[in-house]
Design a protein around this ligand. Structure first.
Ligand code: PLP
Length: 431
């Protein structure tokens, strides 16, 4: 069914091999709530374990409900295959750890989600993997930080709180010259941006956000673009080109030859997921399939509402500054126009004239907006990052990521725009 050549609205409903449940003809994707799958024969079992054919073995490693989600998100992103995981954090970790070992390094944008920052800066360093943070405003910073042990570049398409779109094509090009793949966290921009089209090798999402949209389930997904030539850069990627002792000596770039350009994502599934076990539950995969079906429609409404909110706040006497791609100028605006299509996402920052005090009063006065540590929900959400999501960072680190004392982050929902603006207006009146 539809793949890359179709529009996002169609892909999210139809892409992939699932048409109806082969056992019952059910149209809705069943929740295959099973741990295991019966093998047809000893030969079939042997073939599955030897990766001579792909099929279900055990739900820690694969599941038919997950598979439908994976095929649809892979098609939406323009990739060849995907791996669903228990959370966005697991997806970020796996995306890097799949190709970085102790003694290696990777170069990462300073503009990333606070949780990812902690994972990369603190947890990965305890495993001997060094994260080199660089300012993405100058893409050449990625080249300068690269050496023979650099295994990937990492950025977020639309990182909050700065909301300055990442130079995807520019950094991907540097990576192409040096043999370093770019991994993009595209959580904030599904449908609006397809980083693989701009040269990224891998993308990932926290499906917890827009892909779900319902705010009921935690999940993550990694998509393999299938274009990065791991064999050409065999010296940099021994883990994909030398026998893997954890899988009876499989050489991943060779083992997948009959299956397609899926060395990266297959290795992540059958080694990292097998060992770490951060699997997405079949029920959550089902929930994300429900969310995915309306994703393109929701993104359209999120974007239209956010543009209207940015205009409203920009003209409000109590607002010092609105941080939103359409309100930027110069290179930041150019990147937003180049990489986002159909809108600027629904994340928006605003600094109130009264600073920290006003920011807190504003949050407390909101009636319809939920005060939560989340983004991408269908409902409108607000938070004060300095005292919540970014509070585990040092003050210097906070400033580096763009969090000032008075910054309030909004994730504009899909409610009627008049109701959104009415709530913001009454809350601003109380600051
Ligand atoms: N990436 C981004 C951009 C996020 O905003 C988040 C969570 O807020 C994550 C990754 C982590 O996702 P999860 O909360 O699903 O683990």
């Amino acid at each position: 069914m539809p793949t890359e050549s179709h529009n996002a609205e169609t892909i999210v409903l139809h892409a992939g091999s699932y048409r109806a449940d082969p056992a019952t003809n059910a149209v809705a994707v069943p929740i295959y709530q099973t741990t295991s799958y019966q093998f047809n024969s000893a030969e079939h079992a042997g073939n599955l374990f030897a990766l001579k054919e792909l099929g279900n073995i055990y739900t820690r490693i694969m599941n038919p409900t997950q598979a439908v989600l994976e095929e649809r998100v892979a098609a939406l992103e323009g990739g060849v295959a995907a791996l669903a995981l228990a959370s966005g954090q697991a997806a970020s970790l796996f995306a890097v750890q799949n190709i970085c070992h102790a003694g290696d390094n990777f170069v990462c944008s300073t503009d990333i989600y606070g949780g990812t920052w902690n994972l990369f800066q603190n947890t990965l360093s305890t495993m001997g993997i060094e994260c080199r943070f660089v300012d993405p405003a100058d893409p050449e910073n990625f080249r300068r930080a690269t050496d023979a042990r650099t295994k990937c570049y990492y950025g977020e398409t639309l990182p909050n709180p700065k909301l300055a779109v990442f130079p995807i094509g520019e950094v991907a090009k540097i990576g192409e010259q040096l043999g370093v793949p770019l991994i993009m966290d595209n959580t904030a921009c599904p449908v609006l941006c397809r980083p693989i089209q701009h040269g990224a090798a891998i993308t990932m999402h926290s499906t917890t956000k827009y892909i779900g949209g319902h705010g009921t389930s935690i999940g993550g997904i990694i998509v393999d673009g299938g274009k990065f030539d791991w064999e050409k850069h065999a010296d940099r990627f021994p883990m994909l080109n030398k026998p893997d002792p954890s899988y009876h000596g499989a050489v991943w770039t060779q083992a997948v030859k009959p299956l397609g350009p899926i060395a990266y994502i297959l290795k992540a599934r059958v080694t990292l997921l097998r060992d770490v076990g951060a699997a997405m539950s079949p029920f959550n995969a089902f929930m994300f399939i429900q969310g995915l079906e309306t994703l393109a429609l929701r993104m359209r409404q999120h974007c239209a509402n956010a543009i209207a909110v940015a205009d409203y706040l920009s003209n409000h006497a109590k607002v010092e500054k609105v941080i939103f791609p359409s309100k930027m100028s110069g290179e930041a605006k150019r990147r937003a126009e180049a990489y986002l299509k159909g809108g600027y996402g629904s994340l928006l920052g605003c600094e109130l004239k009264g600073g920290r005090d006003s920011g807190r009063k504003f949050i407390d006065a909101l009636k319809m907006f939920y005060h939560v540590a989340n983004i991408g929900d269908a409902r409108s959400l607000a938070i004060h990052p300095a005292t919540t999501t970014h509070s585990q960072l040092t003050p210097e680190e906070q400033l580096q990521t763009g969090v000032t004392e008075g910054y309030v982050r909004l994730s504009v929902g899909i409610e009627h725009i008049d109701d959104i603006i009415a709530d913001l207006g009454q809350a601003l009146a109380k600051t």
